[in-house]
Write a protein of this length. Structure first.
Length: 235
């Protein structure tokens, strides 16, 4: 009787160890599956959000351009009205002068167009903007900044670098494997491929790929300034 009880205890102890091993194995398997599925999950969520963001951005751009068109029409109508008044005043003035001594009066100069100084522009004049790369079927909204939350939404502009179109190396950073993976195919670009940046004001900047370089994350020299108007995409 005593021997049977000893045998039972050993069996129970062995079964308990097997259960613990199984539980630990399931935990590791589950963690592995979550690790593998996490990028896919974030990509699905991010791409759905990006579709809505793109739609909203396009609507805002159309609204802005429509407002600009209305404003331009009002200005044009105002110029026409002013021109009519000036011509009428000129006509009356000429009549008065001709009656007095036959001399002529001076002409009116057109108003000079406003000259915009690029240095006066800020990030708010450009972002959020749309980046489009036909070669890899990429179309995303780029925001100002590269903090964690911003990059979850899509590519971000490194604030220490120049603005689009300005002299220097304007730099965008984006994920390659998670949160929609906007830059997952930039390694497929080759020399001559075109990259389009479009602002909500309808301005378009076009860049052509010149080179692809794989660097160490610590190689910050890549962000250094340039005397050319360049765009750098990093991931």
């Amino acid at each position: 009787m005593f021997l049977i009880m000893r045998h039972t205890r050993r069996k129970n102890s062995k079964s308990k160890k097997l259960r613990i091993i199984k539980i630990i194995s399931f935990i590791f398997i589950g963690a592995g599956l979550l690790f593998l599925l996490y990028p896919s999950y974030t990509n699905i969520i991010a791409k759905r959000k990006e579709a809505n963001i793109l739609s909203t951005w396009e609507a805002q751009k159309e609204a802005f351009l429509e407002e600009e068109k209305r404003s331009a029409e009002l200005v044009e109508n105002s110029k026409i009205t002013s021109k009519d008044i000036l011509e009428e005043d000129n006509k009356k003035g000429n009549e008065i002068i001709e009656e007095s001594d036959g001399s002529s009066i001076g002409t009116y100069n057109n108003i000079d167009e406003e000259i915009v100084d690029y240095k006066d522009l800020t990030a708010e004049d450009f972002f959020p903007l749309k980046i489009r790369i036909p070669k890899i079927d990429l179309e995303w909204i780029v925001n100002e900044g590269t903090d964690r939350q911003t990059l979850k939404e899509g590519p971000g502009h490194i604030i220490e670098t120049p603005l689009p179109g300005d002299l220097g190396r304007c730099t965008f950073s984006g994920h390659r494997t998670t949160y929609g993976a906007p830059f997952n195919k930039i390694d497929e670009l080759v020399k001559g491929d075109l990259i389009y940046l479009e602002t909500i004001k309808g301005e378009v900047f076009i860049y052509a790929v010149t080179e692809l370089e794989i660097i160490d994350p610590r190689d910050v020299y890549i962000l250094e300034g340039s005397d050319k108007r360049e765009l750098l995409l990093t991931s």
